[in-house]
Structures are given as C-alpha cells and as structure tokens.
Design a protein around this ligand. Sequence first.
Ligand code: CP
Length: 331
Amino acid sequence: MRHLLAIEDLERADVDRIMARARSFAEVGRRDIKKVPTLRGRTIVSLFYESSTRTSSSFELAAKRLSADVVAVKSAGSAVDKGESLRDTIATLSAYAPAAIVIRHPYAGAANLVTGWTSAAVINAGDGKHEHPSQALLDAYTLLDRLGAVDGRRREDLDGKRIWIVGDVLHSRVARSCALCFRMMGAEVTVCGPPSLIPRGITEALGVEVAHDLDALGEADVVYALRMQRERMSESFVPSVREYVAHYQIDSRRLGARQLLMHPGPVNRGVELSPEVVDGPASLITAQVESGLVVRMAILYELLAGGEPRGAGAADRDAELPAPTPIGEPA
Ligand code: CP
C-alpha cells in the first residue's frame, strides 16, 4: 500500500494485515514502555481542515508511539486563514520531507488530490462525505476483538453478522467506509434512516439493504448509530429533532440485551442515542477509541515500514526493518 485513501481501494489481504499488526501493537500497549523505535527519524504531518478529537489525537499518539516526529497543523490559526491554498500548504509542509501526511478536509477527493502534490504517503482522515477509512478499520478491529474466538481461534471475519447502520447516512463518510469494510469482512449490512437521509442507489453502490424504520432492528447483532451531521446540512432533512428522536433514536427500549452498540463519535447525546445506552454495557464507544490508537499505528506501519514489496529495492529496505512479530526491534 502506498496511500490509504479509501476502503474501496483495499483488498481483504490488506485489511487482514492491518488487523494482525494492530493486535501486535495492542500487546505493546500493555507493556510499561509503550513506545517502539520503528519510525525513528521519520516525520509525520497531520493536517486538519475540520474539527477532530479522536482521529487527530490518535494519529498523533500513534506516530509518537512509533517514535516518529510529528508536525500537527490545524487550518484554523494557520496560514490557511490568510488564504493559502491546499496545494501551497502541501508544498510548504512537504519541504520538511515527511514520510506521511494525514489529512482531513471538507471536500471529497481532497486526500486523493494531495497524492499528486507530495512524495509522502497520504492518509485520508476524512474527506467530506466520501470516506473515513481508518475509522472503518478501527471499527472492524473493535468488532473482531469483541466477538472473540471461534473454535478456539481468534475471529478473523464478520461472517454471518448482521450490522445495522442507523441515522444520517447521506452525509456520512463513516457509513460508506464502514459498509464497504464490514461487507468485505463478511457481514450483512442494513442502513436505516428517513428517506431524506439515505442516498439513492446505495444498495447498488454498496451492496447494503435499506430500511426506513426500526421495526426489524431486533435482527441486528450490532447497531452502529451515526451522528446527525448538522454542519453538513444546508437544508432541513428531518421535520424536527423531536420527530427524529421519536422514530430513530437508539434507546434502552430499542436496544436488545444481546446487541452491541457502536458510534464513531462525537455523540449528540439525546439525539441519535439516549444517554443511558451511551454509557450502558452494550456500548463499544470507548473500545472504538482504544482501537483507534493501535489500528492507526498499524496503518502507519503498513504504509511506512511494512506491507507488500513496493518495487525495486523494497526487499533490501525491508531487510533493515523489524520483523513483523515481535514488534519493537530497531528500524
Ligand atoms: N470519529 C471521528 O472521526 O471523530 P473525530 O471527529 O473526533 O476525529
């Protein structure tokens, strides 16, 4: 893998490698010293044109745990405020010869554009309504971890699992990436929401079922609620928040005892989720954040220190890198 731009670019083998690597990093995270020298001397640029808590902090910490130097730039307060273009911003930051640029931007395709302006590996940390691939990978990791072992072996797939993605699918890059990733791992995915918040043609595009009410929610093994993205809504997509809550909020009446609950965060408490389910026993929301760190370490490793051979000289370069297991030998 040269870049991580979208789940639709990945093969199942890519996902499996990242899952396995993340498990190794989870083991490192249980040690007293949680840092490994794999990316010592490399620089990671984190460039966020939209607000973020989880993605920005976990990529930054992931890079630091791998011993990279990190330059974190938020568009607010940077020269972007003075009118500097994305292209010039990338040219400026590329002068530091970064190994990778992690970028979040409101426009779909922005990360893809950046690949043409830098020699760094580019990681899409969310581009408009398009994709948020690292979120989907950390969610898949969380589910594999939580669903446990099958026949004494750790689960490597989501075969036969039914996952409902509920809410504002129209504006959600998470929904798109998760649907693609969960289906690739073998799950059956249903998206559910009011017709105004479900994109037309989504069944053909993503291979998901569509529901407009929660009547059959009981069939789901996993309920994945989405945030109402009011910042991306230029018109009214639901009659009122009250109406939305009445029909689509996941609360303790609607969530069954055996069902798992996920949400990418940040949660609008009292809108898509009732407060008691956010903090309830079915909630994997904190586990998702924990997974974000080790999965993003695995992504950086995959792009910068591992993965498939990358053309002439790759074997020689890889010979200098740490063996996949155990992680932590000097690069
Ligand atoms: N899930 C997610 O992308 O969260 P942040 O916006 O906090 O990064």
